[in-house]
Design a protein around this ligand. Structure first.
Ligand code: SF4
Length: 304
């Protein structure tokens, strides 16, 4: 069953006196129940904007987002649509996402109240994320980054989500905690039948946990497929470059020499294929026409 469907989504950032920044420029993806989808790409490619829009934080300029068949409405001044509590997010910064003045058990209990769950306790959820039950009475400053991220996961799980979104949830953690937290998110989502959209720039971790992978570049999904197939045969030149990246000790990776430069400014994206100024395989058509097809948005792989 498809839980999340994102269709041709466009999200723009508007600042008076400055050009419109199209952070998401027509992206489509889906997540099914019990499925783990890894969304990967360099910083600034629009992954986090897409995730926030899926949660209702941010308004699409066009395109649609639906969750369990119902449109996701942007968060306004009124209360969040109760059906959207089925989407829970774990954020990048475990130091900012927990309230420093409240005991972690009280923060987890908020989620249990949202789900009207009276049979589970905060200590039960700490147990599920691999932390001692007695941590419920402590405050966030008493914990390491990895422990805090486990607490954030426990808090998200308390609301009994059908869809869990991790927005770079491991990038602020020590290398030793990254794979553990990623695997924990996968195991907890799958065992409860929920879907997981796991956003990361670290392909090596995504490979460990994702059933499917979507590669994003400058606001667009440029390649999608089963993780094992994409890993064995990456077809988009950008995917090939990402897979060729050498993992650095901080997990950030180093792009290979044939992929020079940074992601261009989304306020003035290149004409034609957005990747063409950096692509080692660029052809004339790439500079003129955008490859608007899938599963590999590249003129080298135009469908018959
Ligand atoms: Fe490279 Fe052209 Fe494919 Fe874009 S369309 S990735 S420039 S070969």
């Amino acid at each position: 069953m498809t839980l999340l469907k994102v269709d041709d989504l466009v999200v723009e950032h508007r600042t008076p006196g400055r050009p419109v920044v199209r952070a998401v420029a027509g992206a489509s993806l889906s997540v099914a129940a019990g499925e783990v989808v890894g969304l990967v790409g360099e910083s600034g490619c629009g992954k986090s904007t897409l995730a926030r829009t899926v949660c209702g934080i941010g308004r699409p300029a066009s395109g649609t987002v639906s969750f369990q068949g119902r449109p996701v409405t942007p968060l306004g001044l009124r209360r969040r649509d109760p059906s959207l509590t089925g989407i829970q997010m774990v954020f990048q910064d475990p130091y900012a996402s927990l309230n420093p003045r409240r005991r972690v058990g009280d923060q987890i209990a908020d989620g249990l109240r949202t789900a009207a769950d009276t049979s589970t306790t905060p200590a039960d959820l700490l147990d599920r994320v691999g932390l001692p039950r007695e941590f419920a009475t402590r405050y966030p400053h008493e914990f390491s980054g990895g422990q805090r991220q486990r607490i954030a996961i426990a808090r998200a799980l308390a609301a009994r989500p059908s869809l869990l979104i991790g927005d770079e949830p491991i990038s602020a953690l020590d290398a030793s905690a990254q794979a553990q937290v990623a695997r924990l998110m996968r195991d907890l989502a799958v065992e409860s039948g929920a879907g997981l959209l796991f956003i990361s720039h670290d392909l090596s971790v995504v490979r460990l946990i994702a059933d499917r992978i979507a590669v994003m570049y400058l606001g667009k999904i440029v390649e999608t497929g089963r993780t094992d197939e994409v890993w064995a045969d990456p077809r988009h030149p950008y995917t090939r470059a990402l897979l060729g990246a050498i993992p650095a000790p901080d997990g950030a990776g180093v792009l290979p020499a044939e992929l020079p430069g940074d992601v261009p400014d989304p306020a003035s994206p290149p004409a034609g294929c957005r990747f063409h100024p950096r692509c080692p395989k660029v052809m004339d058509v790439c500079r003129e026409r955008e490859p608007e097809f899938g599963p590999v948005a590249c003129w080298l792989h135009e469908p018959a």
